[in-house]
Write a protein that binds this ligand. Structure first.
Ligand code: SAM
Length: 197
């Protein structure tokens, strides 16, 4: 089910650049950073945005189709068809790790492993930017409960609180963690984090 939703909805290229990517770019534009890893890039709307702004972008997703992969590669983006759980990069490989709505699918233990790995692959002095669904989201509590704040409704979603994000980012220095909402297409609610290694 999840695979179908992501392949049909998220890996098409008709979505505009996310507002989160714009906010991240405004924050980064005068900083000395070059390489970005876009985790769960979908159709790559934000990867392409960062590449056009002059960043060296590496993007990965398990479900991005061949057509989108070729399009990303033509923009100079390095693409890997990989599961976020299994990524292996050398320590300090990226100035920036960026994850727009792609780190809220895992149980707590797996989330811990992923965040620990991300801490390793960010360069010292580098940044991490994450946006996840929050417990104020209308989907929160729907479907079968798997563990605390983790539900299976159409697919598995791990809803974040600000406190949970702080805990997962404990190895980083938090710059800011805020809650945001969007009214369209549904009243979704998120936790966004900016942090530094
Ligand atoms: C809500 S979409 C966001 C896509 C993209 N970041 C954007 O903003 O357009 C979530 C993405 O995460 C990807 N994804 C989900 N689980 C994944 C996993 N375990 N490893 C890699 N990608 C995953 C999906 O294929 C999908 O493209």
């Amino acid at each position: 089910m999840a695979k179908k939703i992501w392949q049909t909805k998220w890996t098409k290229n008709n979505w505009p650049t996310s507002r989160f990517a714009n906010r991240v770019y405004i924050y980064l534009k005068n900083k000395r950073v070059k390489s970005i890893l876009d985790l769960g890039c979908g159709g790559g709307r934000d990867s392409v945005f960062f590449a056009k702004k002059g960043f060296q972008v590496t993007a990965l997703d398990v479900f991005t189709d061949n057509f989108q992969q070729e399009r990303l590669k033509k923009t100079g983006i390095i693409f890997f068809k990989k599961d976020i759980k299994d990524i292996k990069f050398k320590p300090g490989s990226f100035d920036v790790v960026y994850a727009h709505l792609s780190l809220h699918y895992f149980d707590d233990k797996t989330t811990d492993k992923i965040f620990n790995n991300l801490h390793k692959i960010v360069k010292p002095g580098g940044y991490i930017f994450i946006k996840c669904k929050s417990t104020s989201d209308p989907y929160f509590g729907k479907g079968k409960k798997i563990e605390e704040n983790y539900y299976d409704f159409e697919h598995k979603r791990h809803f974040f609180t600000k406190e949970y994000m702080v805990k997962k980012l404990q190895k980083f220095k938090i710059i800011k963690i805020i809650k945001t909402n969007c009214l369209y297409p549904d009243k979704a609610s998120f936790v966004e984090a900016f942090a530094k290694k």
